[in-house]
Design a protein around this ligand. Sequence first.
Ligand SMILES: Nc1ncnc2c1ncn2[C@@H]1O[C@H](COP(=O)(O)OP(=O)(O)O)[C@@H](O)[C@H]1O
Ligand SMILES: [Mg+2]
Length: 214
Amino acid sequence: MNEIILRVRELKKNFNRRLVFDKLNFEVKSGERLVITGKNGSGKSTLLKILAGVLTESSGSVEYILNQKKIDRENIYQIIGLVSPYLVLYDEFSAFENLSLFAKIRNLKISDDEINKILTRVGLLERKNDLLRTYSSGMKQRIKYASAILHNPLILLIDEPTSNLDIEGKNFVEDLILNFREDGFVIIATNESQDFKYGNRIINLDEYKNNKNK
Ligand SMILES: Nc1ncnc2c1ncn2[C@@H]1O[C@H](COP(=O)(O)OP(=O)(O)O)[C@@H](O)[C@H]1O
Ligand SMILES: [Mg+2]
């Protein structure tokens, strides 16, 4: 079985003079589910973007170690699935085309059948040929989940897991998180207390500001 470790050391992020967080240290390993919480603007989305490799830290380090080998930063996208409000979907393409495009960008060989299976899992098979611009925000959120799990990632990073989802969508998310592959881990950023149950550990970013944010 794989063992994956995320090691965050002395992580700091500022945007010009605004400090978002500082001296952040934690580790996450296979089998864990970590919740990141904190007020609006505390840096949850910023942290997830850094962990996903789409934003760079100001100082400190983020390392992913798979079976005792450090993974190069440019390859981490292959083992990470990201669900985020900042993720861009293509409104003028259908759901099926969005997923197929996502697979191509990741250089994955995925059959139409597999895409259909994932669309079934997120409950959107019948709507697969509709353009994304005709989708509701909850349906788009489901497509973000579909694109995040398409490549069977070891790591799921989920920013605002249940935003826009109905009960059925929330049940899907709960099942996905609680039954995620045992050799992987999940990090969930949220300030909804009803989402805290998804984690077995919690980090509050409000505790990582040693300066005033002004
Ligand atoms: N691209 C950016 N440029 C400048 N400031 C930013 C940028 N992105 C985020 N911030 C600031 O960083 C802080 C943390 O934002 P964010 O990570 O979105 O918080 P959260 O997700 O916890 O609500 C906020 O003060 C926000 O204004
Ligand atoms: Mg956010």
